[in-house]
Design a protein around this ligand. Structure first.
Ligand code: WTA
Length: 635
């Protein structure tokens, strides 16, 4: 059963205007799709040719050992060469790479030249701390320019970064440091959010106490409140940057196309988060192609992806994609409605944003405040809008389309995952839209909706979303766990060699895909991906809780919220205080996004005879729906 109860509406068409089609990079989707699927090898080789390589590949795709696919085998490259080094030799040297606005009104702009220099300095500092090719560096920061600089600096040295979203707590951070075994960590003193300081360095101190593999911590000063600095371990970035070691020149390490670029931990169906591994070569080809074609990125655009750099959306479409294309990006630190609900619209107006890429939960959140807020601002610079993270309900789609895009801007609804690295199902601007559908697969991607036995579903029939052929930015493995990689994604349709996405979807008569939601134990809360098991282990780590089960329940703004059911240990009884204490506990163990909306104390949990919790029974109960087949229920 799917996590979200989302019923797609029947087709309602939005056709792009002549104008949009005329200026699009790809005016005819059908033709390019056919070409790509007929000969994926030459298609991807041609795309790779748009980038610079230190040595060209011997082979585009090595599929001799599935599912361990390799792309651009034998090629030598570094994604930072394509994202920065090559631009500073052209007119783009003077172009703005980054426009940053702090929540408190601070502003920073960086040309490609300046960003390149900052990255070089940072890389030299990392190198002076012993970071070399292959070493993992953990990054735990707010949305400030230095997070982009730090990521690129790692990549430049061939040191895979491990960015942990700044909303995660001590334990979540500690687990990710431990799994990645990173000796060096980059953080900042704090970040501004809703007018308050999020004390990131305090969280780091506690995480490092729990995971003592970290030897050096670089601290960027953002908020300026006093923080604990441990002699010999912690260093202020601005002090290091003033030393001769921080020279503004640093050679970019040339690496193999298959060299690890980053690990990014994400939730799966067991408690342990998975370190998804991406590599330099295939990833750079895929993220730049998808961004250029789907968002039709041009040199005069001001592009704003409002996600956090700490998630895959930020990695692919704030950092690497836009920089490879030489684009100008906006980065904003804080909350969308601070100090007033028009903060985002003010940013669009002030900077003349042309492309805005965000998430349904943010749209629904801002929709609540009414049309008057966007109407106060001139949003006419916008030409394209985008959505990601969960299905966009048609009501939010139309609000976004009418009130933000003035009925002129196509909405590019992009379906993809941390694992896929880039957009998999999404329209190009020239494609006709249906609100709520991510439309059709990107050129080169073969997607289908199938039954348990692998046969294709009929139009309108729900099934499992699979990807049938490899693509350049696919995950290469789960860090340190090849076995889990094979099991999780490739064992269900082993014979066929298909990638299992974990989503339920349906196709309509026009071949349009409608994503229904997850069919595993993953919940999307405000677009953030969480495993039920992670939240449950957070709850049972409290002394009062013997057993816990959590489910996702539909919510108008957040998409889903978490309900938790707890069995208490002997000697404890359920109270409002305990409920609050458990919420605080989860906030510390996992993070604010994992805090249950509701906690219920129960005497038993519905389980199968083999002891597996039947979450669908809990969900049906919570929603007041029929309980369904209970024959496997233990009692
Ligand atoms: C969901 C985020 C519907 C889906 C890039 C997927 C979506 C999971 C969409 C991956 C969309 C993402 N429409 N559902 N446009 N985009 N999803 O790894 O369930 O954080 O499997 O990557 O988000 O979440 P992740």
């Amino acid at each position: 059963m799917s996590e979200d109860v989302f019923t797609p509406p029947i087709g309602e068409w939005y056709h792009p205007t002549e104008d949009v089609i005329e200026q699009a990079h790809i005016p005819d989707y059908e033709e390019v799709y056919r070409e790509a699927v007929a000969d994926p090898i030459s298609f991807w080789a041609k795309r790779a040719d748009t980038l610079e390589w230190h040595k060209l590949w011997d082979k585009v795709l090595d599929d001799s050992n599935p599912p361990f696919y390799k792309w651009f085998v034998g090629a030598q490259t570094n994604i930072v060469h394509n994202a920065l080094d090559r631009h500073i030799k052209t007119w783009r040297k003077n172009k703005l790479a980054l426009i940053w606005e702090g929540e408190n009104g601070d502003k920073v702009t960086m040309s490609y030249w300046r960003l390149w220099q900052e990255v070089n300095k940072f890389a030299n500092i990392l190198r002076s701390m012993g970071v070399k090719k292959g070493d993992r560096v953990t990054i735990y920061m707010g949305r400030i320019p230095e997070i982009v600089v730090a990521m690129l600096a790692c990549a430049k040295l061939g040191a895979p970064h491990n960015v942990v979203y700044g909303g995660f707590s001590e334990q979540a951070l500690a687990d990710r440091i431990e799994d990645a075994k990173s000796r060096v960590l980059v953080t900042c003193d704090g970040a501004w959010l809703r007018g308050k300081i999020v004390p990131l360095k305090d969280v780091v101190d506690e995480a490092v106490r729990r995971s003592p593999v970290v030897e050096h911590i670089i601290v960027v000063k953002r908020t300026g409140q006093p923080v604990n600095m441990e002699e010999g371990r912690d260093y202020w970035y601005h002090e290091l940057a003033a030393l001769p070691i921080a020279a503004p020149r640093c050679e970019t390490e040339v690496v193999d196309a298959e060299h690890p670029l980053f690990l990014l931990y994400t939730s799966g169906s067991t408690g342990k988060p998975k370190g998804i591994l991406h590599t330099h070569g295939g990833y750079q080809v895929y993220v730049s192609t998808t961004l250029e074609w789907a968002f039709d990125l041009k040199d005069d655009d001001r592009y704003w992806c409002a996600a956090d750099p700490g998630w895959i959306t930020g990695h692919s479409y704030i950092v690497y994609g836009p920089l490879i294309l030489g684009a100008t990006s906006i980065l904003y630190e804080g909350a969308p409605n601070y100090p007033y609900p028009d903060r985002w619209w003010r940013i669009v107006e002030n900077y003349g944003v042309t492309i805005l890429y965000t998430a349904p939960t943010a749209i629904r959140g801002l929709m609540r405040f009414g049309e008057a807020w966007p109407q106060r601002h001139d949003l006419s610079s916008l030409r394209l809008l985008g959505s990601v993270g969960e299905p966009i309900n048609p009501e939010a789609w139309r609000w976004f389309y009418n009130n933000i895009g003035s009925e002129q801007c196509p909405i590019i609804d992009t379906w993809w995952q941390t694992e896929t690295g880039g957009f998999m199902i999404c329209p190009l601007p020239s494609v006709s839209l249906k609100p709520g559908s991510a439309t059709r697969p990107f050129p080169g991607i073969v997607a289908d909706v199938v039954r348990e036995d692998g046969t294709s579903c009929e139009p309108g029939e729900d099934g499992l979303l699979v990807i049938k052929t490899p693509w350049p930015s696919m995950l290469r493995t789960i860090w340190g766990d090849d076995k889990r990689y094979v099991e999780q994604y490739w064992s269900k349709f082993k014979e066929q060699g298909w990638y299992l996405t974990g989503d339920t979807a349906r196709k309509d008569e026009d071949g349009y895909f409608w994503i229904i939601g997850r069919n595993d134990d993953v919940i999307k809360v405000s677009g953030y991906r969480l495993g039920t098991a992670e939240v449950e282990s957070g709850l049972v780590s409290h002394k009062a809780v013997a057993e816990a089960a959590v489910i996702g329940v539909p919510d108008e703004v957040k998409g889903s919220v978490i309900y938790a059911y707890c069995i208490l240990r002997n000697g404890y009884s359920g109270s409002a205080e305990l409920m609050q204490e458990l919420k605080n506990h989860v906030r510390h163990e996992v993070g604010a996004i994992a805090v249950p909306e509701k906690i219920e104390f129960v005497a038993t949990l519905p389980k199968t005879r083999s002891g597996k919790i039947m979450r669908r029974v809990l969900r049906a109960q919570a929603l007041g729906q029929p309980l369904g087949d209970l024959s496997t229920l233990e009692e």
